[in-house]
Design a protein around this ligand. Structure first.
Ligand SMILES: [Zn+2]
Length: 318
């Protein structure tokens, strides 16, 4: 599932693909729910039609958290969210792409498709000048890559939360970009139990968490170097490159204890009970028995992904 690194990959790909090229035509499938507009009363087909009017060169491609903001030279733009399965792919004209919901036809022989099997992704056309002021964008907290994130800023943003540490890290209004995968990865790297209370962390633990976040994001960005297409870990036969996410029942790569999983905020949390010990007196959810395993993909709750550009992010958005 796309989180900060994967959306950043999409941004960098779009910048590269549009470089020196011109958008001659945008095409949409008006029957799909990809084109939800800023008001529920606006039919998909109307938003899709607006998308079809895009032309010109790509003037700006920005990312904030898991949102992309694309501004074209004709003054129009889109806010895009990849949802659970959305991705941009570039293919030669005439080549069919599965689940292609929208297309940018370039003045070469290439087409950039927005492919999204499950259609939790969204594209919202709007004036280019309105992109950054969009309510969903404004509501986002600090983006570790765009804004930078110091240990003090992390503590200030996440420390006051009364939610479990992992849930608080996924709260897009506090810091933006971490989802279920990278929150778990950062906590594992920092040796912090996901059920810790943010208010209980020591200075050293905040520092370790900041380093863990940076390392987790950098690792994922590095993985994508040199690739044109991205593969999400939940896709069939995809490799799992992560340290802890999705590794329930396997040996921890640090201490060889068995990686455990429990449900937290409606999502699967993976952790090592030996490396990530909850201090006495704090919440410590009992890990589920290995064998009751569900795949990460089937554990996802679609309702948590209702990340519409124009709806206010909820505390539980991931
Ligand atoms: Zn361990």
């Amino acid at each position: 599932m796309p989180e900060l690194p994967e959306v950043e990959f999409a941004r960098r790909s779009l910048v590269r693909w549009f470089d020196g090229r011109r958008l001659v035509r945008a095409e949409s499938d008006p029957t799909v729910r990809t084109f939800r507009a800023d008001e529920a009363s606006v039919p998909h087909a109307v938003a899709a039609k607006k998308f079809d009017r895009l032309t010109g060169t790509l003037e700006r491609a920005e990312r904030r958290g898991k949102y992309l903001m694309l501004a074209f030279s004709d003054g129009n733009g889109v806010v895009a969210h990849l949802g659970m399965t959305g991705k941009f792919v570039k293919r030669p004209a005439g080549q069919a792409v599965n689940w292609s919901r929208a297309r940018f036809v370039l003045d070469t022989t290439e087409v950039i498709h927005f492919s999204d099997p499950r259609m939790f992704g969204r594209i919202e056309p709007m004036a280019a000048r309105a992109l950054r002021e969009n309510a969903a964008i404004v509501a986002l907290g600090r983006d570790p890559l765009v804004d930078g994130l110091t240990t003090a800023q992390l503590r200030e943003a996440v420390g006051p939360s009364k939610q479990d540490l992992k849930v608080a890290l996924m709260d897009q209004g506090r810091i933006t970009g971490l989802g279920n995968i990278h929150a778990a990865e950062a906590l594992f790297r920092a040796k912090l139990h996901p059920g810790r209370l943010p208010g209980s962390l020591s200075d050293a633990e905040w520092e370790a968490l900041k380093v863990g976040i940076d390392a987790s994001l950098a690792f994922a960005l590095e993985l994508q170097q040199g690739h044109d297409d991205i593969e999400y870990v939940e896709e069939p036969n995809a490799k799992n490159p992560f340290l802890i996410y999705g590794h329930e029942g396997e040996p921890c790569r640090v201490c060889t204890s068995t990686v455990a999983r429990f449900d937290q905020g409606g999502r699967s949390t993976f952790f090592c009970p030996a490396c990530q010990v909850a201090p006495r007196g704090e919440r410590k959810p009992a890990p589920k028995k290995v064998g009751a395993k569900k795949s990460p993909a089937t554990k996802k709750k679609p309702t948590k992904q209702a990340a519409h550009p124009s709806t206010k992010p909820s505390k539980k958005r991931s």
